[in-house]
Design a binder for this molecule. Sequence first.
Ligand SMILES: Cc1cc2nc3c(=O)[nH]c(=O)nc-3n(C[C@H](O)[C@H](O)[C@H](O)COP(=O)(O)OP(=O)(O)OC[C@H]3O[C@@H](n4cnc5c(N)ncnc54)[C@H](O)[C@@H]3O)c2cc1C
Length: 561
Amino acid sequence: MLLHLVPRWSARLFGASPGWRRYTRGASARLKGLGCPRGTSSRLACTAYSTVAGSPEVMLTPERYPVERLPFSTVSEEDLAAFECIIPGRVITDPEQVQTCNVDWLKTVRGSSTVLLRPQTSEEVSQILRHCYKRNLAVNPQGGNTGMVGGSVPVFDEVILSTALMNRVISFHDVSGILVCQAGCVLEELSRYVQERDFIMPLDLGAKGSCHIGGNVATNAGGLRFLRYGSLRGTVLGLEVVLADGTILNCLTSLRKDNTGYDLKQMFIGSEGTLGVITAVSIVCPPRPKAVNVAFLGRSAGCPGFTEVLQTFRTCKGMLGEILSAFEFMDAECMQLVGQHLHLTNPVRAVTSSTQEEPSLSGDQEERGSNSESPFYVLVETSGSSAGHDAEKLTSVLEQVLNSGLVTDGTMATDQRKVQMLWALRERITEALSRDGYVFKYDLSLPVERLYDLVTDLRTRLGPRAKHVVGYGHLGDGNLHLNVTAEAFSQELLGALEPYVYAWTAEQRGSVSAEHGLGFKKKNVLGYSKPPVAVKLMQQLKAMLDPKGILNPYKTLPAQA
Ligand SMILES: Cc1cc2nc3c(=O)[nH]c(=O)nc-3n(C[C@H](O)[C@H](O)[C@H](O)COP(=O)(O)OP(=O)(O)OC[C@H]3O[C@@H](n4cnc5c(N)ncnc54)[C@H](O)[C@@H]3O)c2cc1C
């Protein structure tokens, strides 16, 4: 069980102190004392994940959703004995321990598995799957159990196959930056490992303290560095995968270029445990940037336009060029929720002249900058090799967006601790939402100019039935996280949301899953983003690689017609 404490950051940390610079419209944007590249510790090392032991409040999945158990075998005493022979001492049947792995992070789905297997090697995974295949036992591969779409936990009594003990780094090459490791390595630990060697992982996400690299690859996770370093489809060089019948497919190459035949690893990236169990990953890591700067910008109430957010993005792209590494946005309701549930402080609100380093506002500007809530906030990150050069560029951008009125308030952090605090505002929205009630989650790719329209539309459509309707996400990637919270799950609210949200997205030629995958909850909406021929081909692939359908059944693909 992974337990992380939640820090409480004091409001005064966002005041004037070294490494911070506060900007407000009308203030001249000057910078000094930059430096301090982001260090090795996580921005969000202390988030509570997967700690739902004994969660009787989570309804069993088949009670909430219309799903029928397929005719798999059930685990017998003989099966347990066989597993015990393969992985002695690592067959867990203690109900409390297994229960933790039956419930998803969001506490929205719950399976009823009675056995959790913790192999350490690919050979052990192979033997387990060979046995399950022969016995027709369904298997649920599980990494850090931070998935958002109900794919990581069983629906019925599938055997849970956890990669938690497969956490060994196999090799790292300090010239090429190529890391080869087992699938159960926790992303944050890998980040620390490569940072000590002056590299970074090409992906980063709020769940880094718990998610596994194998889970990241299985979901083709996007995250916060996608804008700069691209998809795992480009950075993953090779995989080792155990197929449903126990065959080990070793494509764990470390070559940057390899055009020999079909690129089989791509099939497993984003396959969410339905085609094979990923047991090892070869991934290329970029060099660690020497300078990281973060600016957090807001705009005063009265100009609630998303257009200004888009123009700010355009300005940043144009002026920052290759050093722009993230452009994230969140709306006012997100800010309110991280304040209410996590006690994080809005750094561009409640400014008084005593906390400003650049107190050059005119009276009415100060009033606007100090007390009003901004409808949108953006977080801009630069990562580069020259602190002075990067700071100069970011300062010019800030001057430009402040002077043109695109934003009216902003703060900039240069030292690692403060950079982390700004990132926490964005990264911990998921956590704040999960404390607000039941969360209906949508992870959509949309044309950027329409990105926020659905949020406003839904606020009107749902009215008081929803507690909160919020929008945030990776604006730089055209990825909206649309979340609706309610006191409790309600079929009526679900009916108002679906298929409406999917149809709306399809109309914009968007994607109904930008980065979270389809898992259990979204498998039936695949057709909104893929044509029937593509869906059929996926089903044929599944049938070829897993003829008995034992790997993560009920997930990712709609049932065969
Ligand atoms: C706070 C928070 C922030 C998040 N932010 C982001 C984000 O920015 N971007 C993003 O894309 N996601 C995000 N997520 C979602 C989640 O963290 C990712 O999907 C992550 O990649 C899942 O990794 P995991 O190890 O937890 O996998 P799990 O949740 O355990 O599993 C996810 C899926 O992968 C399969 N799987 C896991 N391991 C393997 C394996 N070794 N072989 C085959 N299949 C496997 C499972 O069966 C399941 O279908 C966030 C989640 C949280 C809680």
